[in-house]
Structures are given as structure tokens and as C-alpha cells.
Design a protein around this ligand. Structure first.
Ligand code: C2O
Ligand code: CU
Length: 507
């Protein structure tokens, strides 16, 4: 983490130096907690069933005291409308590209898939965490241009969970998502309903992202501080947005709430806590409920991950509490006074998550996370298994089988690794001699294997692969055969080829 920090500071210093004209906003000058938290509307189906969603450019104020910013969003808003789905109920969505012909973010034509011969504006939607056929999954090369649309079928045969949808166009995913193309997709089921968790007005999505904002109120996407280079390895904005607003507030009643958190940032990890020091009760993660609530003072959430928490405000009547990430205030809860009736519950047992025994795996794949540095020690290329995107497919699990994938992280950063279409369980993490491995290929484990903590003991689709560690997951490849992708969810890494296709072979 320290290296990331150092790089970030270097980057920022160079950016500030080279960009005096751009007038970066000083976030400390923004009044905190003056805008009410926006809640994205629920997506309405068409009269005949199904949905039609248009990607559009629009303007909106990121903060009360800023001029409007230009953004791209689904249905002309960011976050886009929330999909409310029932498990077992399929949905067809027509995603229509109505974006302008020119991009407003700096495209790097050196990146794979974003070459000069490609149209500037391209889009393809992926529903992160959805089990769907490959042709409906938003394969990065299946992008299409303004004026075109694409229909996808989401069977919905999966457990209740908070998924999300976002752009996935090859080589510009980081730019399209940063421009605002993301939203929540919530699946519900009977088992979850029966728990009587807080719902309706008391269940609220909190979608986190950070952006560089200029004094003119608009977004800024930094380019490299190296002359002639566009791509930059990480982007950490100066302003934190929750549901698209900078530092909002939410009026709450003194009772239990359920917050569905999503980290939609390009690269920022959050370490969430409450300013009153009370624990957050995590009840779910990427692919639904945990076996039992996991209370914690701090909850980590990497790009792409989701966290489902219960916050009980009943003993905080009349006070205000800030949701923080490492002392940085993200948003404020203003708790009403008095007493209110609260019939919701947080059962001690949420659901059964059968641990998959290691013996169920028919194969173990070692997958290395690589960062190639230039002479100055700066990241230039990020890869999985040192293999570029366009090399032939190497990971070919068979439909219906279970495999162990071990991510050997030889870099100094934590990478959130996401596999499309499947859900998995985390087995463990352990340290290894990274230098030795890089130099000689020899693997020496240097510590005990640590099983995941309670917050990571449910079904996942994105896992933090920590630096100099081996992170092992066990994956049942159930669903559909065909070609999908797996990648790092730091979007700058993903676009610079920390992404690979994988193919599920028919049984
Ligand atoms: Cu959240 Cu491949 O995506
Ligand atoms: Cu990464």
C-alpha cells in the first residue's frame, strides 16, 4: 500500500505541476454534507415487459456549490437506475448507445483494443456478478457505436445479491466507467425476504466512487506525467462521491437500516468505519448473504466488490454520524430524535453456505499477477501470467467441474480479481518469497495459510489478491459454456491487459 501511496503522491505532484491551467478543485473548500443523498430510481420495465436503457450524455451538479459537470450515464443519470430483479425471473434488456460521437476522456491508442482504427466512442454493458450466456455477458470486444443497440438476456437463476452493471469496452473501460456508466442491479429471493431485514425506505444503495473534479465543476481524468504517455497506472480522485454526489447527507430514523455498498471506483480501496466508533454489521458480500453477521469496526471494499451492512441508529437518536474511509468523511447520517417502531430483524443465522472441500477440485491453476516496470520503476504494463489479451486462451475449465485458482501476486499492490459468470469461495492466503519466485520460478511459501475472515466467508465474485501473497479460491464452473473474461478490477490495470479470456468447455 505504501508504494501505491508513493506513486500516487508522485503522480499528483507531477499532475499539479503540469496542469496548473486545469485548476484542480481543492476539496477542502467544498462545504461538507450539504446535499441530500440521491437515491437512483428503480428501472421501469417496458409495457410489454423487458427493459430499454439508453446511454446518454447529460450534465449534473456533483455538489451544491459547483457548476454542472458533463457525464455519461444510463438513462442520462449516474449512477444509472437500479434494476430490481427476482431470482428465477429472466429479464431482457436492450442497451442503446446514444452517446455522442466524440469521447471527452483521454484515449490511449497504444492500449490493446483502443488502437487508432477503432471508433472513439464504443460501449458494451456487463452485468457484474450475473450468470448469463457468453453472448449476453458483455464481452469486451463486442462493443458497438452510437446509434446501435444490443439486447441481452439475464436468466436470473442465482441467489439474492447486489450485482452491478457497467461498461466493459476494450481498452476504454476505465474511461467509460469514470464518465459515469455504472448502476446497481439487485436480485431478491424468498429466502432473503423471510429474514425480515430492513427493507423499502430502510434499505438504501450506497455507490462509492472518487473523481478528479476541476474548479469548473467538471471531471478530469489524469494522463501520465511522462511525456508522450497517456495511460496512468492508478487514478485516485480528489472528491468522493456517494450515489453521484460529493459528501452528501442522509436523514435517517433512529432504527436499523440496510445499506448496500458498492465500490464503483476505478482504483480506490475504501476502509469504511463510522465516526462514532460503533461497529458495522456486515451481512453480505458480492454474491449475497454471509452465513452469519460479521460485525467489524472497519470494512474493506475494493473496486468491484459489494458489501451489505446493517447500521442500527436506534441508540444514536438526535446525533449525526459520518461514514468514513480512513478518517476521510464520505457522507453523513443525520439521525432523527425520539423513538420509532422497528419490526425488522437481523437473524444470527442468515443462510447456509456449504464450504466446498478442496478435494472437489479437479485442477489447480497457478496464475501470476505481473507488473512490468520501466527503468524508473514505474508500471508500464500489467498482465496476468505474463500473457497479453490476444494470446490464445489458456484457461479452459470444463462446465460442471470445480477448480482451485491460486493468484500469485508478485506486485506491490493489492489487485481485486474478478471472474465473470461464476461465484467462488476464498480458500486462504499465504505469503511467499516473491523475489525468489520472479527470479527463479521457484515457489517458497513463507507463512501459514490463513483462511478468510467472516466477512469473506460467503460467495464472492471478486477477491483481493494481496501483494506478495498467494490467494486461493475454489470455483465451481456451473452455468454456461463459452468464452468469458477474468481480470483485475482496478480499471486502469484491466485496460492495460490485466485481463484474460477464459473458456468454459462443454461437459
Ligand atoms: Cu465489474 Cu469484468 O467486471
Ligand atoms: Cu490490478
Amino acid at each position: 500500500m505504501t508504494l501505491t501511496r508513493r506513486k500516487f503522491l508522485q503522480n499528483t505532484a507531477a499532475l499539479v505541476a503540469g496542469r496548473a491551467a486545469a485548476k484542480e478543485l481543492d476539496p477542502n473548500r467544498l462545504a461538507k454534507f450539504v446535499d441530500p443523498l440521491p437515491i437512483p430510481p428503480v428501472m421501469k420495465p417496458l409495457r410489454g415487459g423487458g427493459f430499454r436503457v439508453a446511454m446518454r450524455e447529460f450534465t449534473t451538479k456533483l455538489h451544491r456549490d459547483l457548476p454542472p459537470a458533463r457525464l455519461w450515464g444510463y438513462e442520462g443519470m449516474s449512477p444509472g437506475p437500479t434494476f430490481e430483479m427476482r431470482s428465477g425471473h429472466p429479464a431482457v434488456v436492450e442497451w442503446v448507445n446514444e452517446l455522442p460521437a466524440r469521447h471527452f476522456m483521454p484515449i490511449d491508442h497504444e492500449l490493446c483494443g483502443a488502437e487508432k482504427d477503432k471508433p472513439e466512442v464504443r460501449a458494451i454493458v456487463h452485468v457484474h456478478g450475473a450468470k448469463t450466456r457468453p453472448e449476453h455477458d458483455g464481452y469486451p470486444e463486442n462493443w458497438y457505436v452510437p446509434g446501435e443497440s444490443n439486447k441481452s438476456l439475464y436468466p436470473g437463476v442465482q441467489d439474492a445479491a447486489m450485482l452491478w452493471y457497467h461498461d466493459h469496452a476494450m481498452g476504454i473501460t476505465r474511461l467509460n466507467t469514470y464518465a459515469g456508466l455504472f448502476g446497481a442491479w439487485i436480485i431478491r429471493d424468498d429466502a432473503e425476504d423471510e429474514l425480515n431485514l430492513p427493507r423499502g425506505r430502510y434499505e438504501i444503495p450506497l455507490i462509492l466512487c472518487d473523481r478528479f473534479v476541476n474548479e469548473d465543476g467538471g471531471l478530469f481524468y489524469p494522463t501520465s506525467f511522462k511525456p508522450g504517455v497517456v495511460w496512468t497506472p492508478e487514478v485516485f480522485g480528489n472528491v468522493m462521491l456517494v450515489n453521484g454526489k460529493a459528501f452528501p447527507y442522509l436523514d435517517v430514523e433512529p432504527r436499523k437500516y440496510r445499506f448496500r455498498l458498492l465500490n464503483a471506483s476505478n482504483g480506490r480501496f475504501y476502509f469504511l468505519s463510522l465516526s462514532n466508533g460503533r461497529p458495522l454489521a456486515q451481512i453480505g458480500s458480492d454474491q449475497g448473504l454471509l452465513p452469519e453477521p460479521a460485525p467489524a469496526k472497519t470494512i474493506a471494499i475494493a473496486p468491484g466488490e459489494r458489501v451489505d451492512v446493517i447500521v442500527d441508529f436506534s441508540r444514536a437518536a438526535g446525533s449525526s454520524i459520518v461514514l468514513e474511509s480512513q478518517t476521510l468523511g464520505l457522507m453523513q447520517f443525520r439521525v432523527g430524535s425520539g423513538r420509532v417502531a422497528d419490526s425488522s430483524a437481523v437473524p444470527a443465522k442468515l443462510r447456509t453456505v456449504e464450504r466446498i472441500p478442496e478435494s472437489a477440485a479437479v485442477a489447480v491453476r497457478r496464475l501470476v499477477i505481473n507488473e512490468c516496470k520501466d527503468r524508473a520503476g514505474d508500471s508500464m504494463r500489467m498482465l496476468l501470467n505474463n500473457t497479453p489479451w490476444r494470446a490464445p486462451v489458456t484457461e479452459k475449465p470444463v462446465l460442471g467441474t470445480t477448480e482451485i485458482w491460486e493468484f500469485v501476486n508478485t506486485t506491490d499492490d493489492s489487485h481485486p480479481i474478478h471472474l465473470h459468470m461464476v461465484r467462488f469461495q476464498i480458500l486462504d492466503r499465504c505469503n511467499f518469497a516473491s523475489e525468489l519466485f520472479l527470479v527463479s520460478g521457484q515457489m517458497r511459501i513463507t507463512g501459514a495459510r490463513t483462511p478468510p475472515e467472516a466477512a469473506e466467508a460467503g460467495w464472492k465474485d471478486t477477491v483481493r489478491a494481496h501483494p506478495n501473497m498467494i490467494t486461493r479460491i475454489i470455483v465451481p464452473f456451473t452455468g454456461y459454456a463459452g468464452r468469458y473474461v477474468w481480470h483485475c478490477h482496478v480499471l486502469e490495470h484491466e485496460d492495460n491487459e490485466m485481463m484474460r479470456p477464459y473458456e468454459i468447455l462443454p461437459a
